[in-house]
Write a protein that binds this ligand. Structure first.
Ligand code: NAP
Length: 284
């Protein structure tokens, strides 16, 4: 129950009608009988600076998540951020240290935890094909590089974006094993065959009308296919992958684990991951 001593956590984004984070975090607080509440705050880009300034003056601030479209812009208004957020170039979690407002990014860690805990897959020494070069892709690639993936093919509709991402990561990490490609690259089918893991981090599949990214019948049956999309639960990519005999996972696990890491940062308590998963699954 919300009372005078309740700490308030927020999610800042626009729009937020479909966010599952309030359900997930309020379920976690309830499970641990913590006097916290998690509330959506719809903020347009032009309002972000004022809202961040207001958080500085909020004494019962418990922490916040930041989502589309603010993950990059919010960094302008913070006092600092972690190495992980710096490497990814975006922030999805806010917390206070003393009077300062700091940023963290838990998306990459959330993806890796989902792979490890739910899929029993360790990226060390593996070959991965990642589709997309947007915000989610940046977090996933950075995490895969840190986890020691042997080779990552970055495939994007706009090839220049994949090239830019690969070259900036190469400079930062010194790893030459990032190969940008277009979907129309004649080597695409052969590269796909040599991979252990395929990750879709494009928004293709969110709507049932989206044309496929490539001919999904090319998927080899031993491939593990992970789609960051969780609504719909089964995208056309995952459906065809299942028909081909591949193991498939949607992005619900990543959602839960990125939230679990945020929860831990705010409360310093072990997150009740299963309760959080039950809460978000209940509305899939
Ligand atoms: P974003 O920054 O807008 O990037 C979108 C990506 O999708 C770009 O690479 C874009 O290619 C590609 N794309 C869009 N429409 C396309 C089309 N018709 N054909 C080919 N490629 C297309 O978005 P984001 O924040 O990275 O999010 C991407 C997806 O990940 C979303 O579906 C989001 O829901 C999901 N996500 C899930 C989680 C989770 O916790 N499970 C977390 C974050 C994001 P171009 O560069 O060519 O435009």
């Amino acid at each position: 129950m919300i009372g005078g001593s309740t700490k308030v956590c927020l999610i800042l984004g626009y729009p937020l009608k479909h966010t599952r984070s309030p359900l997930m975090h309020n379920a976690a607080f309830a499970a641990l009988a913590m006097d916290y509440a998690y509330i959506p705050l719809e903020v347009k880009p032009e309002g972000l600076s004022a809202v961040i300034q207001a958080l500085r003056g909020m004494e019962n601030f418990g922490g916040a998540n930041v989502t589309v479209p603010h993950k990059v812009q919010v960094m302008e208004y913070l006092d600092g951020w972690s190495q992980e957020a710096e490497a990814i170039g975006a922030v999805n979690t806010l917390y206070k240290i003393g009077g300062e407002l700091w940023g963290e990014n838990t998306d990459g860690r959330g993806f890796i935890a989902s792979l490890r805990e739910e899929v029993d897959f360790l990226p060390q020494g593996k070959r991965v094909m990642l589709l997309g070069a947007g915000g989610a892709a940046r977090a996933v690639i950075q995490a895969l590089v840190w986890e020691g993936a042997e080779k990552i093919y970055l495939v994007n509709r706009t090839l220049q974006k994949a090239q830019g991402l690969a070259s900036s990561l190469r400079k930062k990490t010194g790893r030459p094993s990032l190969v940008p490609m277009g979907f129309d690259d004649p080597l695409f089918p052969a590269r796909l065959q040599e991979c252990h893991l395929l990750v879709n981090s494009t928004s293709v599949g969110l709507s049932g009308d989206d044309p496929p990214l490539f001919d999904y019948r090319l998927l080899p049956s031993r491939l593990l296919v992970y789609d960051l999309i969780y609504d719909p639960e089964l995208t056309p990519l995952l459906r065809t992958a299942q028909e081909r005999g591949c193991s498939t996972f949607n992005g619900l696990g990543m959602l839960v684990y990125q939230g679990a890491f945020s929860f831990e940062i705010w409360t310093q308590r072990p997150p009740p991951v299963e309760k959080m998963r039950e809460a978000v699954k209940a509305i899939v």
